[in-house]
Design a protein around this ligand. Structure first.
Ligand code: BMP
Length: 257
């Protein structure tokens, strides 16, 4: 069975797209939220290589009463589904959370490295491996406060010398066998540093394009392999057209055509 890393790579190559839709609609009426989410996914599916759901979708719709319908629809359209749960608890809880999302059909989960390996993310990685699912690890987030955590200077556990926290996380993700690293498009210089550390071994997923100020070309030139885009697609007047525009801009750089 293919790993998540291979599945998304195959989708991306086949459709010549590196765009991941962040389907984060948050509407007062749940029925409308579900219908609109499904309609947007249907209309943009040719231009994306995966869809990412976040908790603002899963909480109101329910995991087994709505969110799983979006996942099933994504699979019908041959689109892998990522759950942005930012898993960040003790091992047993993390494993239970990951189990819930994998049981609902998600192909990968996003996790936070601050919780560490031992009795932290180890059970999530083991579970994912056993079920051929993926784990993507946050490395440097796209918002301003990211510097306070991911950007802080820590002592490198190997050398005892000062080092940026996100650099230590990138090295750890390599050892953990992560399927992807998340680094904000709002900080291309951080993407570049992470790319140097992982030497292309782990694909970099970059959110923060458009509304948050990140740029398609700068993120890809710095080393991003996948671009996670939400509001600039689903809030556009014509989401299909917006997704196509992003896909074409990225295609020139990623696929060189
Ligand atoms: P938008 O393109 O609308 O800004 O959405 C970005 C998506 O990526 C949201 O789901 C957000 O939670 C997520 N995200 C992010 O913006 N920055 C990060 O560093 C990590 C994320 O998961």
């Amino acid at each position: 069975m293919r790993s998540f890393k291979q599945t998304i790579e195959a989708q991306s190559q086949e459709k010549k797209t590196d765009i991941i839709l962040a389907l984060d609609l948050f509407l007062p009426d749940k029925k409308t939220q579900l219908e609109r989410s499904m309609a947007i996914l249907e209309s943009v599916h040719d231009n994306i290589c995966a869809v990412k759901l976040n908790r603002q979708t899963v909480l109101p719709l329910g995991l087994h009463l709505g969110a799983d319908k979006i996942v099933a629809q994504a699979h019908r359209l041959d689109v892998p589904a990522i759950m942005d749960a930012k898993i960040n608890d003790v091992g047993q809880t993390n494993a239970a959370i990951a189990t819930c999302y994998f049981d609902a059909g998600f192909d990968a989960v996003i996790a936070s490295p601050f919780v560490g390996w031992d009795d932290g993310l180890q059970p999530v990685f083991e579970l994912a491996k056993a079920r051929s699912k993926g784990v993507l690890v946050l490395c440097y987030m796209s918002h301003k406060g990211s510097v306070e955590g991911y950007g802080q200077t820590v002592l490198d556990p190997k050398t005892g010398k000062p080092k940026a926290q996100y650099e230590v996380f990138a090295e750890r993700a390599l050892n953990w066998g992560a399927d992807g690293l998340i680094a904000g498009a709002t900080y291309p210089e951080k993407i570049f540093k992470i790319y140097e550390i992982v030497e292309g071994e782990i694909p970099i997923y970059s959110p923060g394009i458009g509304v948050q100020g990140g740029d398609v070309e700068l993120a890809i030139e710095a080393g991003a392999r996948y671009l996670i885009i939400g509001r600039s697609i689903y809030s556009a007047e014509d989401p299909r057209k917006a997704s196509k525009t992003f896909q074409e801009r990225a295609r020139k750089l990623i696929f060189k055509d």
